[in-house]
Design a protein around this ligand. Structure first.
Ligand code: ADE
Length: 230
């Protein structure tokens, strides 16, 4: 079983529609749709935006379905040099950039995963390689790098610069770091997959509304193609 989590309807609807032998149930107010996607056992859910929604969803999915892999999918703001709208970012790791206990001497974004202070929340390198390989046929640019997660829609180029400098981030969004945290605590392989809908700058709002659906559709195509090889 592979678990797929997206924040918004446009990020998961196409996957839910493609599931055969469907069953569904609602847990913690979230609709989990399971079945076969490209012949592979899968469960797909819309978690809603933000870290709390994402973490609640991931924990529920793990306890109920025990997936061998969880993938966070959807759109993001591209902030790395050369990371363009319509490109794909595969997370090498993610950070929760807005977690800040520096006032008591801890590193910025240093979250406790079980009892370990962790800044870089890991992803599965082996699965990332498969996703990046399939992505070459779908995207005109595929990047592997840091995804910065926080409870904010970023539309501010100065803040993007800060995320680049502090964390080496190439994309920003609102869920991946939270799902990664839950997966790390449960020792479950995890991947973060984000298609770029905007550049998180002052045009971010307009670009997001113009390009998000197209970018989300490309993630759906990638997952359909790659799932049998994961
Ligand atoms: N998802 C897509 N674009 C985003 C942005 N600019 N900030 C946060 N999340 C996003």
């Amino acid at each position: 079983m592979i678990g797929i989590i997206g924040a918004m309807s446009m990020e998961v609807e196409g996957l839910m529609a493609a599931l055969t032998d469907q069953t569904e149930e609602t847990l913690c107010g979230l609709r989990f749709v399971s079945g076969k996607l490209s012949g592979v056992d899968a469960v797909v859910v819309k978690c809603g935006a933000g870290k709390v929604n994402a973490a609640m969803c991931a924990a529920t999915m793990l306890l109920r379905y025990a997936p061998k892999l969880i993938i966070s999918t959807g759109v993001a703001g591209g902030i790395g040099k050369g990371v363009k709208i319509g490109n794909l970012v595969v997370a090498e790791h993610s950070v929760q950039y807005d977690y800040d206990t520096t006032a008591v001497g801890e590193p910025k974004a240093g979250v406790m995963v079980c009892d370990e202070l962790t800044v870089e929340l890991p992803t599965s390198a082996a699965h990332n390689a498969v996703l990046a390989q399939y992505a070459q046929d779908i995207y005109n640019g595929v990047h592997t790098g840091v995804i910065a997660t926080g409870d904010r829609f970023v539309a501010d180029s100065a803040f993007c610069e800060q995320l680049r400098e502090e964390f080496g981030a190439i994309a920003c969004e609102m869920e991946t770091g939270a799902i990664a945290h839950v997966c790390a605590a449960n020792k479950t392989p995890f991947c973060g997959l984000r298609a770029i809908s905007d550049n998180a700058n002052e045009d971010g709002d307009v670009d997001f509304h113009t390009f998000a659906r197209d970018s989300a559709d490309k993630c759906i195509a990638l997952l359909k193609a790659s799932l049998p090889s994961l």
